[in-house]
Design a protein around this ligand. Sequence first.
Ligand SMILES: [Zn+2]
Length: 491
Amino acid sequence: MKWLVHAVACGLAVTLLCTGADFVGMPVDGVRGLVVVTCQFISIAAFWCFVMAVLLVAGRWVAGTVMGLLMTAGGVLGYFRYTWHYSFDETMFDILGAVSETTTMSMINWQLVVWTITVVTIGEAVVFLGCRFYRLKYNDWKTWCIVAVASVASAAFLNPDWRMCRPLTRRIPLNVVYEYKKYRENRYEIEKKRERSDMVGMPMEDDVVVVVVIGEAVRADNLGMNGYWRETTPFLEKRDGIVSFKNMWTDICYTNGSIPRIMTRADGKNPDRAYSERSFIDLFRQCGLPTVVITNQNIERQYSYFWNEADTLIVTNRGRDAYNYSKWLDEDVLEPYRTATGRMNEGLVVVHCIGSHWWYKAHYPDNMEYYRPVIKSRIVAECDSAAMVNTYDNTIRYMDWVVDQMISEIEGRKAILIYISDHGEALGEDGMWLHASDCRGAHRTAAFVWMSEKYREECPERWENFAKRRDEKMKTDEIYGWVRNMFISMN
Ligand SMILES: [Zn+2]
């Protein structure tokens, strides 16, 4: 009995001191949200209690060593999470190998050291002091029954099919293991040999700057320029040279599946091409044109290969993830975008935005909150429907401003910007919210093209062809072909 009480104390210490930082500032609104968050917290604590029960049977030195490792990781990550709102992500493994000693030293301050030492000391004290109060009966069958139950229970938590696996493995301290696994998977994909899908000759015309912006969860119906009742796209509507394709459809409603279909020759008939062929970035590279990818999202295995096809890959907003609620804004891509487009006469820039991703409030600045009231809770079930739509529309209106800024940078040149969202979003239709659900709103994705005046004058037929298709039904699978046929002449 004392052994189990001790395991609970150890488990609670890990949950409070390590995972606790990930719960600080989590937006909830009302009893329902509190209950959901408390249940999550208790479940995570239960996992650590099971683990500690097993470790204590292995001996206090084993339990003490593991506790030391957990608390060191938890102390450091919790400190950065709490003070810098920084979540550890897989790109850190690249950075850790590349940063100089001075940079590392500049991140270490006395508060971090004191906090980490305190956390480790508390953890060790709980393990070693607790062991003084009892002696485990190794020859008792009940002990081994409990060990078996605790082992099976903790393994069950790590089963990816169980809904507690995600909240547990994405949070401190297990996120280090999760992110390392993701990092290895990404490296594997990047290093894998892929076929060239098209052998190309040369650029079809000189001096065109091509920008492809991949949006996130922006649905066609909520764009003012598509006839939405709110003016969510005032900047873009004022521009000449824009055609919005109202009837763009994506077969796949989640980022990891949809982006490979946009980037490659893959389509409904040949879905495997998404994982065996190169993207349109490679077409530009083959022609000797400069290519830049700027991403404001976490890089996932399903598209890490394409981003690394570019000459230059720029990652903005490292250290953000689904369990981080601080601001994560697309305006942060503007500076590297300016530099990239400023340097090139011709070439390709691909920008991957965070756009209208869930926890909408993180993805637009507070001074651009046009529609109110907005949501106050991250628990969808306790959000008011009208507030959900208001908050979502704020992200659309912010996207309008960000893309308009991108256009301003290249408007005097021979340039084109293709905007395509990876998928749309469900906004309460049939009780469904967010994406990945199979509803019309999530399939109907935003897409538009802007061509500069110079480009329209030089290639009026191209412009007319876009204008003609504005109401046509089309699929995101077409984008690869658009890019290839417009800019590259085949061998
Ligand atoms: Zn997405």
